[in-house]
Structures are given as structure tokens and as C-alpha cells.
Design a protein. Structure first.
Lengths: 301, 395
């Protein structure tokens, strides 16, 4: 019991992932700054932001549904920490790691932060927040379908493993899935879905500062905002590591850096798309690609 | 989803100035828009009546922070018209150079901001980076990066140094590859096209109905440019063409502005070559009674200044009409029927300058109602015109 708690809170769960995530978000900000001919923040800036936010006052809107508004960020954070713990444990073979079907559980857990944010934000009663919420819901409907379909590819290719450690072990023996055409297609779709899950440009329309002033985050302040930011930061570690474990034969630093760089480049070379364009992109293009990948995988390609 | 109101402003990350757009939306679609101005009125026209003619040039320069030279340009044109004088050739060329340099930096600024509004911050930073050399040129030739204080009734205040010309030419020519890059980045980028093409379209008829000016009109295929239609300064003496596009949407407006960067560079380079030597100022001492108008094609469109003199030391009446005042109203046509995501970029696409547009509004703070409606304001201005007429008749 104590060991599980340690795994959840310190290593490899909350604290470890948060530190890696803060480092990653510093790299993101620094690289973005250099791309944009700016100097960029010092290495401790993401942490400093969190500390600053957590000593600020929390403003609760008058007509907000208080319990939901206050608890939703914590709900999202704990879900993503749990997902991160599972993903890390599968990768570093810590103890009796994983159980059959943990991929499905992780998929659910990675969906929860968005749902929590939708709940909390719509509880705030702000019209701009409700606009952001409606965009986030549409975006979720858009990216979840191709994401889940492309996760099926490694399951088919490994002839039915539903456990992350099994998938990693299978790839260690039979070669990584991205060496096949179906694996490449699947990880391509997954990378786009990851960008949308993280709410980064071009899929940041739920936040859209210049349109709806932060939309879904608009009423959150103080430590609640810090928690939401931390959730995003941890997602920024959990998602790439998850993808590299199921498609790319397990975590390694350079694979993570490659995925991070793809993320940063995508967000710096694109404008924000409209929600209907995002929906069309994910449903028509990405879903078709994911289905093609599944078909190719069943043919053994 | 029922109708609800999405406010853009008075304080909003989209705008750096207080302005209020009340969008009535159905889901994401805008069904109606209400434009409210009058948050930051500075009574410049009134202040102008208490300053001397020379001081007014500095005053009107402060109407707008970005196109700061357009107002002095139009104002000095108005005074020269009032005086009926021929300004020295060299001064005309220098005025043209300043006006076109300003168009360069203003269009680059807009390009960057448009990128920011679309969430494309890289374009923002890059456009502003390549705006820097233009500001460096300004600093070298006028001493200031903004508010150049170069204009003066009957001439200009400072001469340009011939020794600077090679450096200015080199800097400008080095910018042309950068403009090519932006042209490529905007025109060839499929995502930018998808976001902006056919969005917020103004037809030719809309442009005429709302009396749009500047790039907003030219993007709808109306070849309207004061520099060509009624040449002033040195614009009649150099080779250049009016850029028009047929699309009418945000994309067409962006293309017009990018292509105008090339034309402006071209005009400046020609002016530097053709500029004659000679005096730069007429040293005007007396101001006769009379009236004059001045126009200038600012980066955002036609600026119009009217000055009435009663022979005294300061204008009896000074009227300013800035281009954004005409262009912002066209949002009423362009925004309705589009989504909120598009509404923000459409509002920004006319390159709005709210401080130019600002008009007085008297609001009762207890009820929140406006004290004067349109009819009242027309009546008040007619009364004022009548008073002015009596005043000048008595002299």
C-alpha cells in the first residue's frame, strides 16, 4: 500500500513526472522563443509561474457551482497522474507492473483531464467559458475517435496484447511497430491527436486568447489555474511516453525529444484552425488514415 | 442554443485600445454586431483651436501612435492649400519618403498582429523583427522611431543627409527578400488560406455603401488611392501602381498589404534617386483668413483634414476624419453570418485604429444611457457651424 502511494506521489508518479514536464515545458518555451527571435525564459520559469500562481488569490464567480468548479481541476490532475504512473511503470518495469487491459484504462484516464476541465469550466457560468467548453467538447469528439482507432493497430499487430509491458516486450523481440507502414500511419494520426489533446496550436481553439480570452480557463485563477497548468504539463510527458511505448518499443530520451520537437514545430508553424475545420480534419482525414492503418495491420503490413 | 451576447471589449486581448463590439451569437455564428465607440475621447479638434498652427502639427501627430505621420501630412497639405503656396521640391520628396516608410512599418505591424490574432505567433515576431530596420531608418533620419516631427506648414523641419542615402538604400533592399518570405508564408500556407480566404467578404457594392477607404477598399477591387487619384507631394513624379485584389476577404486584404510593401519600397528608392537639392522650407510667417483641405493616403486609407482660419494665430476650426472611422463600420456587413473565430480576425482585418476613430459620447452614469442621440448631435453640430459662420463674418 505504502509502496503504491510512493509510486503514485513521488516516483514515477506525480513529482517525477511534474519535474520532467516542467523541464519539457521550459524546452518548449525556450525553443519557441528562439524560433521567434526572442531570448526566452530562464530554466526555472515554469516552476516560478506555478509558485506565483499558487500564492495568488482564488476568485470564485458568484453564480458558479462551487463544488464542481473547485474540485474539477484536482480530479483532472489525479487522473493524469495515475495515467503517468501506469505508463512509467510499464516502461521501467517497476515491480508487478501493469495488468491486462491497462491500455484501455490509460486511454480513459487520458480523457479525464479534458472532461474535468469541461465540467469545471461550465460550472463557472461565464458565457465565454461556455463557448470554450462547447469548442472543447467538439474537439474531444473529433480527436478521440481516430486516437482510439490508431491505438488498435499495435494490438492487432501483436495479435491481441492489451498490456503495455507485453507490447513493449513484443516489440523488443519482433521489431518496433513504426518500422511498418501501418505503424507509421498510426503514430502520425496519434501525434496529431496528441497535439489536440494538449490544446496546442493549431488546436487551441478552446483557449483562443485573442478570440475568447482564454475561454475554458477564463474563470480559473490562483492555485486552481496552477493545477490546470500542471495537468497540461504532466500530459506533455505522459502522452509522448505512452505513444513511444506502444508504437516505438518503449521510452527513451531521444524518442521523447523527437516527439517533443515535432510538437513544438507544429505549434510554431501553424495558425489556429477553426473548430469546424478541426472537426473535418480529424473525422475525414485522420479517421480515414487510422482506418487504413488498421486495415493494413490486419493484412500484416 | 439560445441567443447570447459575446462581448469583445472594452478591454480585450484582441485590441490594445478600448473599443466595444457586442456580438449577438447563435452557437458560434454571429447574428448581429453592435459597435460602440467613445471610451477614450481626447477632444483633439478642440485643443487644436487653442494652439498655434505650428504646434498643431505636433498635436495631430499624437492622434495615432502607428500612422503618426499621416495626420501631420494631411494637416500640412491642408495648410498649404489654405495658403495657396508651392512647397519646395525637396521638401515634397522628403515628405513622400517619410509617408512611405511609415506605410512599410505600419503594414508590417498589421501583418504581425494578424498572425497573433490567428494564433500564429511566429509570424507576429518575425514581422516585427523585420519592422525594426524600418524604425532604424527613421531613427537615423529623423531622430525618433515614432512621432518623427518632420512636418511643418510650408515645408519640413529637418533635411536628409545625402551621406545616409547608400545605407538607407542598402537597408531597404535587404528587406525585399524578407517581404518575399512573408509573401510565400502567407500566400502559400494552406492553413492560413483556409482560415482567411473568403472570410468576411466585402463586395464592391458594400465598399461603396460603407464608403470604405484604403486597403479595405482595394482588396474588394476598388482602385481607390488618393496618391493616384489626386497626386500630392512627389507621388505624381515617381512610377508606381495601385495594388488591388478581387477577393474582398481577409486574405485579399493581407495580400494587398504585402504587395504594397514592394510598392512603398519602390517609391522610396525612386525618391532617394530623384530628390533635387534646394531649400526645404518656406518659413511661413502670416496666416490669412480662409479654409483649406488636405488629404493623405495613410496606411489604413484616406485621412482628411479641414482647417478654417480667421486670420488669427490658431485654427478657427479643425476637422479630422481618419480612415478607420469609415472602415470599422463595414464590420457590420463583414462579420454577420461568420463564426466568432472568424469575427476576431475580420474585426482586425481593416487594421482598425481606434484612437483615430474615437468620437465623443455623453453617457449618464446612473442610467448608463446615452444623453445625445444621432439627431441631437447633428443639431449641435449645425448650431456650432452657424456660430462659426457668424464669428468669421464679423471679422
Amino acid at each position: 500500500m505504502l509502496k503504491h502511494l510512493f509510486n503514485f506521489i513521488i516516483f514515477p508518479g506525480f513529482l517525477f513526472t511534474a519535474v520532467v514536464g516542467l523541464a519539457a515545458s521550459w524546452i518548449d518555451r525556450k525553443v519557441t522563443a528562439r524560433v521567434q527571435w526572442r531570448v526566452g525564459p530562464p530554466w526555472y520559469q515554469p516552476l516560478a509561474d506555478l509558485v506565483k500562481l499558487s500564492i495568488k488569490e482564488i476568485t470564485i464567480p458568484k453564480n458558479a457551482s462551487k463544488v464542481v468548479f473547485l474540485l474539477a481541476p484536482l480530479f483532472g490532475l489525479s487522473a493524469v497522474i495515475l495515467a503517468a504512473t501506469f505508463i512509467w511503470q510499464a516502461n521501467i518495469q517497476l515491480g508487478a507492473s501493469g495488468f491486462t487491459g491497462d491500455i484501455v484504462v490509460i486511454l480513459y484516464l487520458l480523457t479525464l483531464p479534458a472532461i474535468a476541465l469541461i465540467l469545471g469550466s461550465s460550472a463557472s457560468g461565464n458565457p465565454l467559458a461556455s463557448l470554450g467548453v462547447s469548442r472543447e467538447i467538439k474537439l474531444m469528439l473529433a480527436y478521440e475517435l481516430p486516437f482510439i482507432i490508431c491505438i488498435i493497430v499495435p494490438i492487432i499487430k501483436s495479435s491481441g496484447f492489451l498490456k503495455m509491458t507485453d507490447l513493449i516486450a513484443f516489440q523488443a523481440i519482433n521489431g518496433v511497430f513504426v518500422s511498418n507502414i501501418s505503424g507509421i500511419l498510426a503514430i502520425l494520426v496519434a501525434v496529431f491527436c496528441m497535439q489536440a489533446k494538449l490544446g496546442l496550436v493549431p488546436f487551441d481553439m478552446a483557449e483562443a486568447e485573442t478570440e475568447i480570452m482564454g475561454g475554458i480557463y477564463i474563470e480559473y485563477s490562483g492555485i486552481l489555474l496552477a493545477v490546470l497548468k500542471l495537468t497540461k504539463t504532466i500530459m506533455m510527458v505522459a502522452l509522448p511516453v505512452f505513444l513511444s511505448s506502444i508504437f516505438w518499443g518503449g521510452f527513451s530520451v531521444w524518442k521523447y525529444v523527437v516527439l517533443l520537437v515535432v510538437m513544438i514545430l507544429m505549434r510554431n508553424t501553424n495558425p489556429r484552425v477553426r473548430i469546424d475545420q478541426a472537426l473535418r480534419f480529424f473525422w475525414y482525414r485522420m479517421t480515414s488514415l487510422a482506418i487504413i492503418a488498421v486495415l493494413l495491420a490486419t493484412l500484416g503490413m | 442554443m439560445s441567443d447570447k451576447i459575446i462581448p469583445i471589449g472594452p478591454y480585450h486581448p484582441l485590441q490594445e485600445e478600448p473599443e466595444f463590439f457586442r456580438l449577438r451569437v447563435d452557437g458560434e455564428v454571429v447574428t448581429d454586431i453592435d459597435i460602440e465607440i467613445g471610451y477614450n475621447h481626447r477632444a483633439i479638434e478642440k485643443i487644436s483651436e487653442s494652439k498655434s498652427y505650428d504646434q498643431v502639427t505636433f498635436l495631430v501627430e499624437r492622434i495615432c501612435g502607428i500612422c503618426s505621420t499621416s495626420h501631420p501630412f494631411a494637416y500640412t497639405n491642408a495648410i498649404d492649400d489654405l495658403l495657396g503656396v508651392e512647397v519646395p521640391e525637396r521638401a515634397l520628396y522628403i515628405r513622400t519618403i517619410i509617408g512611405e516608410l511609415e506605410r512599410l512599418h505600419s503594414h508590417l505591424l498589421w501583418l504581425g498582429l494578424a498572425g497573433h490574432f490567428l494564433g500564429y505567433n511566429t509570424v507576429w515576431m518575425w514581422a516585427w523583427r523585420y519592422r525594426e530596420p524600418v524604425l532604424d531608418i527613421f531613427e537615423r533620419i529623423t531622430g525618433n522611431r515614432q512621432h518623427y516631427a518632420m512636418f511643418k506648414p510650408g515645408g519640413i523641419r529637418r533635411d536628409l543627409d545625402e551621406a545616409d542615402f547608400p545605407w538607407i538604400k542598402k537597408t531597404l533592399k535587404s528587406l525585399i527578400p524578407k517581404f518575399d518570405m512573408f509573401k510565400g508564408a502567407v500566400i502559400d500556407d494552406p492553413v492560413i488560406r483556409a482560415r482567411t480566404e473568403g472570410v468576411g467578404v466585402l463586395t464592391k457594392q458594400d465598399v461603396h455603401d460603407y464608403a470604405c477607404v484604403g486597403p479595405t477598399a482595394r482588396a474588394s477591387g476598388v482602385a481607390m488611392d488618393v496618391r493616384k487619384d489626386d497626386p500630392y507631394a512627389a507621388y505624381g513624379k515617381v512610377e508606381w501602381k495601385v495594388i488591388t485584389q478581387q477577393g474582398g476577404g481577409v486574405f485579399a486584404k493581407a495580400v494587398v498589404r504585402i504587395l504594397e510593401l514592394y510598392e512603398s519600397t519602390n517609391i522610396i528608392l525612386q525618391c532617394l534617386d530623384k530628390m533635387p537639392k534646394g531649400p526645404i522650407d518656406l518659413n511661413i510667417k502670416d496666416m490669412p483668413a480662409g479654409e483649406g483641405i488636405g488629404r493623405h493616403e495613410a496606411p489604413r486609407g484616406e485621412v482628411f483634414h479641414y482647417v478654417m482660419s480667421d486670420g488669427g494665430n490658431s485654427p478657427a476650426r479643425h476637422k479630422v476624419r481618419a480612415p478607420s472611422y469609415m472602415n470599422i463600420a463595414s464590420n457590420k456587413k463583414a462579420v454577420i453570418g461568420e463564426t466568432i473565430s472568424d469575427a476576431t480576425i475580420i474585426l482586425a482585418a481593416v487594421d482598425p485604429c481606434y484612437c483615430c476613430t474615437e468620437r465623443m459620447a455623453v453617457v449618464d452614469y446612473k442610467t448608463g444611457k446615452k444623453v445625445f442621440d444621432g439627431q441631437d448631435l447633428i443639431r449641435l453640430s449645425q448650431e456650432k457651424t452657424e456660430r462659426l459662420r457668424q464669428k468669421t463674418k464679423n471679422r
